[in-house]
Design a protein around this ligand. Structure first.
Ligand SMILES: NC(=O)c1ccc[n+]([C@@H]2O[C@H](COP(=O)([O-])OP(=O)(O)OC[C@H]3O[C@@H](n4cnc5c(N)ncnc54)[C@H](OP(=O)(O)O)[C@@H]3O)[C@@H](O)[C@H]2O)c1
Length: 288
């Protein structure tokens, strides 16, 4: 059954397409969609259908989604504009006769105080109101979010945060994308909201120690207060909005909003999630 994947020009959507192909979905049954379609040329050569879409263009999306059974709607990256964009994509899916939408949301988006949750919650509500069958993939943090932390630790020997003892159930992007592909190509997921995250949540002291093991040098965890954290980020040159956002996210972690506890991801994958150390080793290798 044809599957259209938005955001296929970004790493998450690309992983979804690759997992669909690797698990036997015929290339002709996959539509890879995104704005920068030049990034999809290699997929087109492999027989994947590609489509240039913009979330601002409902008619263009309707044409691109026509004939698809499932739309994998990878959440957009323009924070603040996403409810309108996702709403337009959902309208296009309805107009195109798509049966089901699979949406990448955020942990406990319907109830969480996570600063990124409101746009995902609003999108989930639009999906439920659309009448389409749906599956919600509430993704915890990507481990890739800590690539900069790893490089900073390499340079300074420190991991600095105001997360306290808060835990993060991260997993690499590819794990979440593989689960999205499983949901897209198998039955039995309609009406379900999965809470997806790593099997073994970690705190920042463990993150520091694990980075130390990976880079082969001592790394210490330096816990700071939110006020100290904000001052340090401003001194490092971040603008006030970005620095405040980072501190707010650390506060969300301190409050346990990303602590996980569900094994939905490993259940969908049929294997344990990729451990923190393995994901960090990949990141360290990519940077080397
Ligand atoms: N859970 C987490 O830790 C975490 C971390 C980062 C991001 N995310 C979310 O996960 C999504 C996918 O991750 P990623 O790493 O692949 O992100 P990414 O590299 O930022 O890719 C975003 C994708 O969205 C597409 N897009 C953005 N605005 C669009 C528009 N107006 N019309 C059409 N397409 C548009 C981009 O298309 P073009 O490149 O062609 O413009 C790109 O394919 C992100 O967009 C974000 O919502 C989650």
């Amino acid at each position: 059954m044809p599957v259209v994947v938005t955001g296929a020009t970004g790493p998450f959507g690309r992983h979804v397409v690759e997992h669909l192909l690797a698990s036997g979905t015929p290339a002709a049954d996959v539509v890879a969609a995104g704005r920068r379609v030049e990034r999809l040329a290699d997929l087109a050569e492999r027989g994947v259908r590609t489509a240039a879409i913009d979330y601002a263009d409902v008619a263009g999306m309707t044409a691109a989604f026509a004939g698809a059974d499932t739309l994998v709607l990878v959440s957009g990256s323009e924070v603040g504009r996403r409810v309108e964009q996702h709403g337009d994509a959902i309208d296009a899916a309805v107009a195109a006769g798509v049966r089901r939408v699979v949406y990448t949301s955020a942990s406990h988006a319907d109830t969480s105080a996570l600063v990124l949750a409101p746009e995902h919650k609003a999108t989930e509500e639009l999906i439920r109101a659309s009448g389409l069958a749906f599956t919600i993939l509430r993704n915890n943090w990507y481990t890739e979010n800590y690539a900069a932390t790893l490089e900073q630790a390499r340079a300074t020997g420190e991991v600095v945060s105001s997360t306290g003892a808060g835990r993060v159930a991260s997993a690499p992007r590819a794990d979440y994308a593989e689960a999205a592909a499983v949901v897209a190509r198998t039955p039995g997921h309609d009406g379900v909201a999965y809470e997806l995250g790593g099997d073994e949540p970690w705190d920042h002291a463990e993150l520091a120690a694990t980075i130390g093991d990976v880079i082969g040098a001592p790394v210490v965890y330096r816990e700071v207060t939110p006020e100290e954290h904000l001052a340090a980020l401003l001194a490092a040159g971040l603008d006030e909005g970005t620095a405040g956002f980072v501190v707010a996210l650390d506060g969300n972690i301190r409050d346990g909003l990303l602590a996980g506890g569900s094994h939905d991801l490993s259940t969908l994958l049929g294997r344990p999630t990729t451990p923190l150390a393995d994901a960090l080793r990949t990141l360290a290798g990519d940077a080397a």
